[in-house]
Design a protein around this ligand. Structure first.
Ligand code: ATP
Length: 358
């Protein structure tokens, strides 16, 4: 029987609550499957660790993660620590050092969950957004000069490399090819950003030739927001830069009912380093410790983790269990209009996993 080593990092805010629930559910799925087990090691990194040690994670933290098969992450963000420290000191440090360049964000209307769009059913909204996760607007290149003076300057430079653009576009085209509709939309802003974004368009013209079976089109990011709202059926797989896809995927999460259900995977497709799976939401400090965080985003991230480990049957079982629970509306958390606690949603999904017949 195979055993997978999973590093669990709850992080800040509601992160530890949902990751703990996720680990419980993943173990139940493994037990039910019987073909594999999980050895989960938990790391207490994040804001509290920073208050004690002055860093979000130990110096050799990323090295510690390298031998794991996957990382299960909660959230980074603390009201008393500047965002750039919480983000760059933990989540981005892991993503960038392990070169998890493909950030994959599925959005789908789950059964029983009403999105805010009128007359849009489950078959009308089924997208995967692929976000470039290693460079672009978040490359960290830039600086500030003349600090505090009237002529102060702050600058962030978006960095696009041919290697970086090509690998994410190729990844997205392959993903689009694996989905029934075989359709990919490239999102840029090449009318205004006439260097890096035109470069994205040019690289795409070359790369897409290797995928003649994938139907492609192009959108400017501003027009894309309206298309997502007005014609969701016309979209399937979407690829965009780090910043654009960050924004579009929050919109996508809202259109599917709640930030609390959306999952994401930070993939290292070459598999020489572990990939990281996390809910899309942040620390949600307004509900921390209340026991009402919706764990479904974390469960769905667990589905992606199982798929990545090569356990498709277990992944399918967990997704089916989540959909049975949302569809029956038996345990609905407050973000989706109910009053179920994290514990109650978790118990309902555990029961659905354990009760499922093969
Ligand atoms: P961050 O800056 O850490 O990314 P954010 O400001 O984007 O965070 P979130 O923490 O993602 O915001 O939360 C946005 C809103 O959505 C909050 O009101 C929060 O309570 C709600 N929310 C987010 N995740 C969940 C969840 N899992 N369950 C219930 N509500 C949630």
């Amino acid at each position: 029987m195979g055993e997978y080593r999973i590093a669990a990092i709850g992080g800040d805010g509601i992160g530890p609550e949902v990751v703990e629930a996720g680990v419980e559910v993943l173990n139940a799925v493994a037990e039910k499957d019987g073909g594999f087990s999980l050895k989960v090691e938990t790391f207490p990194w994040g804001g509290d660790y920073y208050r004690k040690h002055g860093v979000m994670m130990p110096e050799d933290g990323v090295e510690t993660l390298k031998p794991f098969d996957a990382i299960y992450f909660g959230s980074a963000g603390d009201p008393n620590i500047p965002d750039h420290i919480t983000l760059w000191g933990l989540r981005l440090k892991i993503c960038q050092t392990l070169d998890q360049y493909a950030n994959v964000r599925p959005s789908r209307l789950l059964p029983g969950i009403d999105g805010p769009l009128k007359n849009v059913g489950p078959d009308d909204l089924d997208w995967v957004i692929v976000r470039e996760n290693s460079e672009g607007e978040y490359a960290g290149v830039g600086g500030r000069v003349h600090t505090g003076l009237a002529e102060e300057v702050g600058m962030d430079v978006a960095v696009f490399t041919r290697a970086g653009v090509e690998r994410i576009q190729r990844f997205a085209l392959e993903l689009a090819r694996s989905r029934p509709r075989k359709k990919l939309t490239l999102v840029t802003k090449s009318n205004a950003q006439r260097h890096g974004m035109v470069f994205w368009d040019d690289v795409f013209e070359v790369v897409r030739k290797d995928f003649p079976d994938v139907e492609t089109d192009k959108m400017l990011v501003d027009a894309m927001t309206t298309r997502m709202v007005l014609k969701p059926q016309s979209l399937d797989t979407i690829v965009a830069t780090n910043l654009h896809a960050d924004v579009l995927s929050d919109l996508a999460a809202a259109l599917t009912g709640s930030l609390g259900i959306a999952p994401t995977a930070n993939l290292r497709p070459e598999r020489d380093f572990p990939s990281m799976f996390e809910p899309i939401h942040g620390s949600a400090f307004d509900i921390i410790g209340k026991g009402v965080a919706n764990p479904i985003g974390c469960f769905w991230s667990g589905v992606m983790l199982l798929e990545h480990l090569g356990e498709p049957a277990a992944a399918k079982r967990l997704m089916a269990a989540v959909e049975r629970v949302t569809g029956a509306r038996e345990a609905v958390s407050p973000d989706l209009g109910g009053n179920a606690t994290t514990r109650q949603v978790t118990d309902a999904v555990l029961a659905a996993v354990r009760g499922a017949n093969d």
